[in-house]
Design a protein. Structure first.
Length: 191
């Protein structure tokens, strides 16, 4: 189990300042706009100064278990990481509940996703263990690709694969309530 804190921000500048001060991985929405949904930036950090970080994260704050399901081959020690990341926010299906939905996501969905998302260069699941504040989200899927274009055009290898993924996601996630995907650039900061 790899424990981290994740903080969701509506303001990219505030998120960047927090990342510079506290360290961690920052996932910034690639779109430059004033309204971001569900967030503009997500900061994941192991910094123990929880009180300060919770106070500056205006959207939400979570304790998560980071499960790396497919490792990235190239990783910069600090700075902008290669490629782009699709950040999918998960709300568990009510009839399953968060624990059973998380087990399905980890044990059933992962092998399927790895067999269908052939262009995906890295994959991590951030399973929410505790919500300090903010929306009742149950996890974040981080689907990494070599570029924004690959993320947008090569997410599925086939139409049949797209259908299989949609059917499986509907088994454990409430797709009606789960927020839309955020296409992000990942940057690693040292504290």
């Amino acid at each position: 189990m790899t424990l981290e804190f994740c903080f969701a921000f509506s303001n990219k500048l505030a998120a960047k300042q927090a990342a510079e001060a506290y360290g961690g991985y920052l996932y910034d929405d690639v779109k430059d706009r004033t309204q971001h949904h569900p967030f503009a930036s997500l900061l994941c950090s192991t910094n123990p100064d929880l009180t300060s970080l919770v106070s500056v994260a205006d959207v939400g704050a979570y304790l998560i278990d980071r499960r790396v399901m497919k490792h990235r081959e190239v990783l910069n020690p600090v700075g902008v990481q290669p490629g782009a990341v699709g950040v999918f926010t998960l709300i568990a299906k009510a009839e399953l509940g968060p624990v059973a939905a998380d087990a399905h996501w980890r044990d059933q969905h992962t092998p399927l996703a790895l067999s269908i998302h052939l262009a995906m260069s890295n994959y991590a699941q951030l399973s929410v263990l505790h919500r300090f504040k903010g929306p009742a989200w149950d996890g974040f899927a981080l689907c990494g690709f070599e570029s924004v274009e690959d993320l947008q055009t090569r997410f599925f290898a086939t139409k049949a694969g797209e259908r299989l993924i949609a059917e499986d996601v509907n088994r454990f996630a409430d797709t009606r309530l789960s927020p839309r995907r955020v296409v992000a650039i990942e940057t690693r900061y040292e504290a």
